[in-house]
Design a protein around this ligand. Structure first.
Ligand code: GLA
Length: 340
């Protein structure tokens, strides 16, 4: 049994991978056995694809058409292609992990921010260049893309450099380019965290998804799903899932983990129970037709490589595997939900 087999009637089971996973044979074997979707944890973000050296060496030449490189993510693309594992692309646009020079005149941080027109051209041509490379070299490998990540905060558009340079319609330009340059059938997602919070959920539906849907530019909603043991309330999570589902969009849980800093048996059983409750919500929504969940991606393979340990400043045990790849109680509880 494996996660992907257990859930084959429901949705894909995915995992975020880092460069070490792709090099170590035991990690590679675990990915191949358990998962049928992979996301690069970092290496497809703009800071890894925008070619610093080339752009900065001749800023005038690349001013509106930024140069890109796939040297930092080729190993992931090749692994996925060789093993027939579909990929999620993450992420074309983001305010984080994008070099600051990208937003300035002449790609020079000491100069003022570039104009709206310049930034729209850079954004759209960046996306065009990504798809030209992917379509030519890995056609149909990446089935879904996060086109923009985390543009909402505290019930409004996030104050970000994208907002400062282009204005509130910046994300529309990104989705427009993604639709135009991706191969037909490629699913385009909006992705965000805390998507169950009412102040975020409703703003996303009204101000992000609705305008994109009117223009036929979005296919899916990505609920990141970085949870803790008591947040969010899963009733609220279910409500949000169904609210996004009712829009007729595909739903992906894109970055699932449940922070838990206590590795005792009791605590790991509680983690297993919370995972079971969450997966019952996904499965029931799928069965009842209240949300078309098509993929659930865990954010990292093993507890020992979870980003949460750094982020929360305490050792976290949030996933289904630990100790180099041993399944935890949560692994079995997630499998059991599918076979009920
Ligand atoms: C956010 C981003 C991810 C990743 C995580 C932390 O959720 O979307 O790409 O950076 O934070 O690992």
């Amino acid at each position: 049994m494996s996660l992907k087999d257990a859930y084959s009637n429901y949705f894909k089971m995915g995992v975020a991978v880092n460069p070490i996973d792709i090099l170590l044979p035991p990690a590679k074997a675990l990915i191949k056995k358990e998962y049928n979707s992979i996301t690069c944890e970092n290496n497809m973000k703009p800071m890894f694809i925008l070619d610093d050296e080339v752009n900065l060496a001749d800023p005038a030449k690349y001013d509106l058409e930024p140069a890109v490189t796939f040297d930092n993510c080729k190993v992931f693309l090749d692994f996925a292609k060789k093993n027939n594992i579909p990929m999620r692309g993450h992420t074309l646009g983001w305010h984080n992990q994008t070099p600051l020079w990208f937003f300035h005149e002449g790609y020079d941080e000491s100069k003022p921010l570039a104009s709206r027109e310049t930034m729209i051209a850079r954004l759209q041509n960046y996306i065009k260049a990504v798809f030209e490379y992917i379509n030519a070299n890995y056609p149909n490998l990446i089935y879904a893309w996060d086109v923009f990540n985390e543009i909402v905060d505290e019930g409004s558009f996030r104050k970000s450099i994208w907002l400062d340079t282009i204005g509130e319609d910046f994300f529309i330009f990104a989705f427009e380019a993604a639709r135009k340059y991706s191969l037909p059938g490629t699913q385009l997602f909006y992705n965000d965290y805390e998507t169950a919070e009412p102040w975020k959920r409703d703003f996303i539906c009204e101000k992000v998804l609705a305008p994109l849907m009117e223009r036929g530019l979005v296919d899916g909603m990505g609920m990141q799903s970085h949870l803790t043991m008591d947040h969010p309330d899963l009733e609220l999570y279910k409500f949000a899932l169904e609210k996004y589902g009712a829009l007729g969009l595909i739903i992906h849980a894109t970055e699932l983990d449940i922070h838990n800093a206590d590795p005792s048996d009791e605590s790991m059983q509680a983690l297993a129970d919370r995972y079971a409750e969450l997966f019952s919500i996904y499965v029931d929504a799928k069965k009842n037709g209240t949300a078309n969940v098509e993929c659930v991606t865990f954010w990292n393979l093993l507890d020992e490589e979870s980003w949460l340990t750094g982020f929360r400043k305490e050792r976290s045990y949030p996933l289904l595997f630990w100790k180099g790849g041993q399944p935890k109680k949560a692994y079995q509880s997630v499998i059991d939900v599918a076979s009920k």
